[in-house]
Design a protein around this ligand. Structure first.
Ligand code: ATP
Length: 578
């Protein structure tokens, strides 16, 4: 929490004024009972209407001043807390943007969303409270005691009994409720995760008739959170009645002993009435402090979760200084690269060495889970090699800034991701100043022009959130066109032709050949027909490079490749291609 409080620094002037106004409010509230006691003692008891009117007027003015201070204080505290919340959200977002995939894996997307939204709201709520109570509660408590003693020393004995009881009670409530509030945030994370999985996977859920199963999963997570929240609120709900009871008992005790002292002419009625009000103010100030002690741990749990995001160092960082470029373009090389996913015992890639040059097509083939996606994810530094090194244009990828490295690459991921917006906006995503001609040309190469022309608004057609209004194959082609618009030095296609029919796949690759010119092209594919014409084919099996060469060479030399080919092509086709 203290680390989070550092973010209050930019608001220090505003905070100074908040404290000033709240101090004003507290002082005004402390003055009211004394004024009232004067009205009773000197006005009512003496039958002096003029005195009552004058001091009644003063009371009205003081009450107005107190309300004004309270409103201004509340307004600025809300402003400061919301400002801190906004800054925190900005900081978390910027941090998360720099995360490598490792950090995303560690924290989980659902938790990151809860941390950016709900956790920061918790911090905001407590900040508003802290700003208001921080000065108000101690002033009211100390001021109340001083004023109460000044009215009547004898009655203070009652406070000496009540306050320890109050403190013990609030302490017990805090202890009971703290762990509940802490676990609520974790349960909220889980609820968000289930909700997210349900919303993104709704088609699969329906296809497998798992609505009931998912409903139960959601109900469990929702019920779990609700039960904890109910328990916490039930405990908190005890505070009010017990407080009221204590306040009433205190009032009765004061009236009882006060009445007795008045009867003996040791005290005036007005003083007793003022004493009751001061006792209330003192007790309320203790309640405020106690509520803060209950709320702070909740915000503390949230603050820790936000700090975890802010303090997690991205594993992939830009180098401090960059080596000058050698002027080469379109080269990719792996030197003895091995890679372990965090916590995995087996490497996802072991000892991979190959080179891809400009104007060449390098294809990567292998069974599912053989490490193809992992391999190409290392080129744009989505992951860094555990051993060995990856080079682009003969420079270690770690010596580039991530921006510079990724500018060289046109990456088409395995599952095409489109953003809500027009087709033109989607295609120019990697090159904001792309001309209409460049966009049309890229669409042409990606075999997307025809279906775009058939759409109601052509290139201005709006892609729905998640790209749900285009087919899988259309999405892939748009995602390919988006990479083509950039005219990068290195093209990476991660199984990007899988949703295309054979004819479109062949046409697209033929058109691509003229387009890619001097760029290096790396294609991951499952289909032999897609990789057959490549200049070199890498065969991966269980993270190992078990063959490298042209289709013809591999048919001779690589058993795994032969098996893949024979599982996909007929004997006759194999002979033809040989
Ligand atoms: N984020 C991850 N964390 C841990 N292990 C992972 C992660 N991603 C992949 N793996 C593991 O690494 C291995 C290689 O996965 P990879 O995705 O590279 O295979 P692939 O050849 O691209 O498979 P496919 O053709 O099915 O896409 C697999 O065993 C997989 O379980």
């Amino acid at each position: 929490m203290f680390k989070i409080l550092k973010n209050l620094k930019p608001f220090s002037t505003m905070i100074f004024f908040i404290l000033l106004f709240i101090f004003g409010q507290a002082m005004a509230e402390l003055a009211l009972p004394t004024l009232m006691s004067d009205v009773v003692n000197n006005g009512m008891m003496q039958g002096d209407t003029g005195y009552i009117l004058t001091y009644g007027g003063y009371m009205l003015l003081v009450a107005l001043g107190s309300s004004l201070c309270s409103i201004i204080g509340a307004f600025f505290s809300a402003k400061v807390a919301l400002g801190v919340g906004k800054n925190l959200r900005d900081m978390v977002f910027t941090r998360v943007e720099n995360y490598s995939l490792h950090e995303f894996d560690k924290l989980g997307t659902a938790s990151l969303i809860t941390r950016t939204t709900n956790d920061i709201v918790q911090i905001q709520t407590v900040l508003v409270m802290m700003l208001r109570f921080m000065i108000y509660a101690p002033v009211m408590c100390i001021g109340g005691i001083v004023m109460a003693v000044s009215r009547d020393k004898g009655l203070t004995v009652i406070l000496l009994v009540v306050i320890p009881v109050l403190l013990a009670f609030m302490g017990a409530v805090s202890l009971a409720v703290m762990p509940l509030f802490k676990s609520m945030q974790k349960k909220l994370d889980r609820l968000n995760m289930v909700l997210r999985e349900n919303l993104t996977g709704i088609r699969v859920i329906r296809a497998f008739n798992k609505l009931n199963h998912e409903h139960n999963r959601f109900k469990d997570a929702n019920g779990d959170l609700t039960n904890t929240a109910i328990k916490a609120n039930q405990t908190m709900a005890v505070i009010q009645p017990v407080m009221m009871l204590l306040l009433n008992v205190t009032s009765i005790a004061i009236t009882w002993f006060g009445g007795w002292r008045i009867a003996q002419n040791n005290m005036q009625i007005g003083d007793m009435m003022a004493f009751i009000q001061y006792a209330m103010q003192i007790m309320f100030s203790f309640v405020m402090v106690a509520v803060m002690f209950v709320m702070i741990p909740r915000a503390q749990a949230s603050a820790e979760r936000v700090n975890e995001v802010l303090e997690m160092e991205p594993e992939i960082l830009d180098p401090e200084e960059r080596r000058p470029s050698g002027g080469k373009t379109g080269f990719v090389a792996f030197e003895n690269v091995s890679f372990y996913y965090p916590g995995a015992e087996q490497p996802a890639l072991s000892n991979i060495t190959f080179e891809a040059g400009p104007g060449e097509v390098t294809a990567i083939i292998g069974g599912t889970g053989s490490g193809k996606s992992t391999l190409i994810n290392m080129i744009p530094r989505f992951y860094d090699a555990s051993q060995g090194a990856v080079f682009v244009d003969s420079i270690n990828v770690k010596d580039f800034s991530q921006e510079e490295l990724r500018n060289k690459i046109g990456f088409v991921p395995q599952s095409a991701v489109l953003f809500s917006g027009s087709i033109t906006e989607n295609l120019s995503y990697g090159k904001m100043n792309a001309t209409e001609e460049e966009i049309c040309h890229a669409a042409e190469i990606a075999q997307a022009s025809d279906f775009i022309a058939d759409m109601p608004d052509g290139f201005d057609t709006i892609i729905a959130q998640g790209g749900t209004n285009v087919s899988g194959g259309q999405k892939q082609r748009l995602s390919i066109a988006r990479a083509l618009v950039r005219k990068p030095e290195i093209y990476i296609f991660d199984d990007s032709f899988s949703a295309l029919d054979f004819k479109t796949d062949a046409k697209l690759r033929a058109a691509l050949k003229n387009e890619t010119g001097n760029a290096a092209v790396i294609i991951v594919a499952q289909r032999v027909s897609t990789v057959m014409d490549a200049d070199q084919i890498l065969v991966l099996d269980d993270g190992e490079l078990v063959g490298m060469g042209t289709h013809k060479e591999l048919l001779q030399s690589c058993q795994v490749y032969r098996e893949i080919v024979s599982s996909q092509l007929s004997e006759e086709e194999m002979n033809t291609y040989e």
